[in-house]
Design a protein around this ligand. Structure first.
Ligand code: DX5
Ligand code: ZN
Length: 235
């Protein structure tokens, strides 16, 4: 764990980050190998507490287990009500980037500072229905903004285009800030998000709903660079 991994995450962009939410948790080692072969450079981990969002996933043991099997940076999306309590245990487990939700905390500047002091990258996430101005005060305190293009909590939801305006606005105001998008990213939406200035594209269903991850990631990469999805594309 160190902020050096933040440089690897930056250097990977523009990049597709598979979201470990709809993967085969019974065979995580094989899943990671398949993603590695498919050219993945950063993994996105969706941590949900059944309180901040009405869904429950996993915590430190899975992060720690993944850490033992891969050198890839682990980008941990904390969809939890109390990110401060769990931040240090997540760092100890091997997280390289911790993203908390602006909706979950009273003082986003303070939370960002605490996470930064733990020696990892820090991101702030915002749901589509949240007042965008809530981010203003903490933009100088974070390494990354995660613009949610669905309400956090579940995979397979429909892309909300308000996220594109938000990406454009952030890119204009803070050109050096790392920008990530999460939710409903597939061949039909990834190109617009890239054009809006996004660096990191979190993808769940459009990879894990496909038989061949490598083909899925290649098609997404082409679409990210502006090629329209090919006929017969199932994403
Ligand atoms: C949703 C999660 C996402 C999710 C995206 O709350 O943060 O990372 O896995 O899934 P898709 O790509 O299916 O929208
Ligand atoms: Zn996520």
């Amino acid at each position: 764990m160190s902020r050096a991994k933040l440089d690897s995450i930056r250097a990977a962009g523009p990049a597709i980050l598979p979201s470990l939410l709809q993967c085969d948790f019974g065979d995580l080692r094989t899943e990671i190998e398949k993603l590695n072969v498919a050219g993945t450079r950063v993994l996105h981990l969706d941590v949900m507490d059944g309180h901040f969002v009405p869904n429950l996933t996993y915590g430190m043991p899975i992060v720690e287990g993944l850490r033992r099997h891969t050198d890839m940076p682990l980008d941990v999306h904390l969809m939890i009500s109390d990110p401060v309590t769990y931040a240090q245990p997540m760092v100890d487990a091997g997280a390289d980037m911790l993203t908390f939700h602006v909706e979950a905390v009273e003082d986003s500047v303070e939370v960002a500072g605490k996470i930064r002091d733990m020696g990892v990258g820090v991101g702030v996430a915002i749901n589509p229905d949240t007042d965008f101005a809530k981010l203003d005060c903490c933009l100088d305190s974070v390494d990354m903004v995660l613009v949610m293009s669905v309400n956090a909590g579940f995979g397979g939801q429909k892309f909300n285009p308000v996220s594109l305006d938000r990406l454009r606005s952030l890119k204009e105001r803070k050109p050096d800030l790392l920008l990530e998008i999460d939710g409903g990213i597939k061949a039909e939406t990834i190109g617009e998000a890239r054009a809006a200035g996004c660096d990191l594209f979190v993808v769940g269903s459009a990879i894990f709903g496909q038989h061949d991850y490598e083909t899925a990631i290649n098609e997404l990469t082409q679409a990210m660079h502006g090629s329209p999805p090919s006929a017969g594309d199932q994403s």
